[in-house]
Design a protein around this ligand. Structure first.
Ligand code: FES
Length: 157
């Protein structure tokens, strides 16, 4: 079983390498595709990306660590990223964060038991004049209030 999984992952990464090319600049698009499909980048996938791009595994790991949208552990179906940068902070981020935590019964940095939601803080998501802002998977939500944030989560439950 383990061997089959390994082979499937290797095949998947080989396809990505042929899609994006074997140069270093392919590293991020390949990791993004793996992340999109699996919601995280397993250890074995990191090793295989390094092997197939002929780079050191530490380089793959440091790229994953640098970008908040890439993860090495499984996350919830919905990854809620609330902007914590100054404009959103001054526009009421704390109250929105509290309402989200209360609604889901978890803290930022945690994943719900049913693996549906992961809460994370993000740095500026480019909606500074419309804060507080958050991104859930790839969709941006702006001008949040505690009530609006709770309503958005309830629609996803
Ligand atoms: S500061 Fe929150 S989107 Fe820029």
């Amino acid at each position: 079983m383990l061997v089959m999984e390994k082979n499937a992952m290797t095949e998947e990464i080989e396809l990505l390498v042929s899609k994006y090319g074997q140069s270093r600049s392919s590293l991020i698009p390949i990791l993004q595709d793996i992340q999109r499909k699996h919601k995280y980048i397993p250890d074995f996938a990191q090793q295989e990306v390094a092997r197939l791009l002929d780079i050191h595994p530490v380089e793959v790991f440091s790229v994953i660590s640098f970008y908040s949208f890439l993860n090495t552990t499984p996350k919830g179906k919905y990854i809620v990223r609330l902007c914590q940068t100054i404009s959103c902070d001054m526009q009421g981020k704390a109250a929105v964060a509290k309402a989200i935590e209360r609604e889901l019964g978890i803290k930022f940095g945690e994943t719900s038991r049913d693996s549906k939601f992961t809460l994370e803080f993000a740095n500026c998501v480019g909606m500074c004049d419309q804060g507080p802002a958050m991104i859930i998977n790839e969709r941006v939500y702006s001008k949040l209030t505690p009530e609006k944030a709770v309503q958005i989560l309830n629609e996803l439950k």
